[in-house]
Design a protein around this ligand. Sequence first.
Ligand SMILES: Cc1cc2nc3c(=O)[nH]c(=O)nc-3n(C[C@H](O)[C@H](O)[C@H](O)COP(=O)(O)OP(=O)(O)OC[C@H]3O[C@@H](n4cnc5c(N)ncnc54)[C@H](O)[C@@H]3O)c2cc1C
Ligand SMILES: *[C@@H]1O[C@H](CO)[C@@H](O)[C@H](O)[C@H]1NC(C)=O
Ligand SMILES: *[C@@H]1O[C@H](CO)[C@@H](O)[C@H](O)[C@H]1NC(C)=O
Length: 415
Amino acid sequence: MAFLQGLDSHIVIVGCGISGIGAAQRLLNNGFHNVRILEATGRCGGRIRTGRLGDKIVEIGANWIHGPSQENPVFRLACQYNLLDEESMSEENQTQDIGGHPPFVPNWFSSSGKRLGLELTEPTTLLFKNILQQCQDFHTSGREPVPSVGQYIKSEALRHASEWRDDKATRDLRLAMMSMMLKLECSISGTHTMDEVGLGAFGMYRTLPGLDCTFPRGYEGLVSCMVKELPKDIVSYNKPVKCIHWNDSVLRAHASGRTFPVLVECENGESFPADHVIVTVPLGYLKKHQETLLSPPLPLNKVHSIQRMGFGTNNKIFLEFEQPFWDPDCEVIYFVWEDETVPVDVVPDMETFWMKKLFGFTVLRPVERYGHVLCGWIAGHESEHMESLSEAEVQHSMTQLIQRFTGNPTIFPKG
Ligand SMILES: Cc1cc2nc3c(=O)[nH]c(=O)nc-3n(C[C@H](O)[C@H](O)[C@H](O)COP(=O)(O)OP(=O)(O)OC[C@H]3O[C@@H](n4cnc5c(N)ncnc54)[C@H](O)[C@@H]3O)c2cc1C
Ligand SMILES: *[C@@H]1O[C@H](CO)[C@@H](O)[C@H](O)[C@H]1NC(C)=O
Ligand SMILES: *[C@@H]1O[C@H](CO)[C@@H](O)[C@H](O)[C@H]1NC(C)=O
């Protein structure tokens, strides 16, 4: 029996995030015309989602184009649809190589309500940057003195600290700053702790040149532009896929009389025959559901890869203020817990102290567009615990936190 091949193939894409949409766009542009996207929820975009805070837009999911330059397909699409500011598209900014760490202007606060000055913060950030660079270099050198990035940074930080000529209080404070920077790395890597990030593989992650930029009218605009170009009705919403039957010795007949090697079965009992399936569900979903999502299951080497790769949680907390408590040029606010005098990125007694995992806030800019809005960043199990709390509880904790670090009990975020 001969299968219909090539451009007439029936292709089912599972998931309508930017990966699924991108796959559909590519297939249609190349002449495939039997393409269908099955999406579990009632919307497209997945982890790209633009929300509102009053009359302002805020990014619930992705915020930046990291490494916006010609090699970056997201950047190319954003330019093509004319979604970026002139400055973001300038040659000069495309060639800046920032290695994943944008040169944000920081304001540092400590848990006793003090501002920390450049004489402390500059040498400490420089040291941290150097240690992080060493971590990246282990990929090419093939050496791996300890298993994880966390272990390496922690031991190197302590080794250097023993050589500092600072007094004990200063040394403790500088180590506490290192803790903050570790938590920042947790948010960047989307991990519970840097102890879970493999040292040898850390340098595999390649950053593209370009000064990270944002979408002035929201990241979701990119998704909308892409979806608009797809044929109507190509996406079926509220269709969570339950099982992909890909045992091609089972040939399912279709109304057309054709048979298909794959059958995609949805939770509601509907099923869609296919020649090929593209699965774009998140790794976290696969880790939990791979046993039932595919029948027969994936080959063991793939199953092991899925199990061994890490997947973490990252949350944002948006706060709006009448007046800024930060400097006019400030782009990021760092909170240093003075009791963290050995470098740590995991919070003991998480139920009480989950907010210690928050490394600080980025300042939404420009001010003319946002007013005074901060975005707090928190990763890991502490962030999962936060998800279980009410908005009022989170707001209360944030208010206390900010009052403590600024030493100003009259600061309140807007309710
Ligand atoms: C808080 C946060 C901040 C981020 N910040 C940035 C950033 O600044 N810059 C950046 O580049 N990236 C960022 N990211 C990552 C970026 O959002 C993702 O890499 C990207 O959106 C992933 O797209 P995707 O299509 O692969 O997956 P997703 O967007 O997750 O899409 C997968 C889709 O599959 C659907 N699905 C799942 N299971 C099923 C099923 N069984 N049946 C049918 N459909 C299913 C889901 O509903 C979803 O719509 C951030 C992510 C988060 C969460
Ligand atoms: C580069 O980007 C920054 C931040 O968006 C902007 O202020 C600057 O003007 C840009 N540079 C150019 C040459 O446009
Ligand atoms: C595929 O399905 C057939 C018929 O149900 C079964 O005999 C066979 O064992 C299956 N193969 C795999 C790899 O699951």
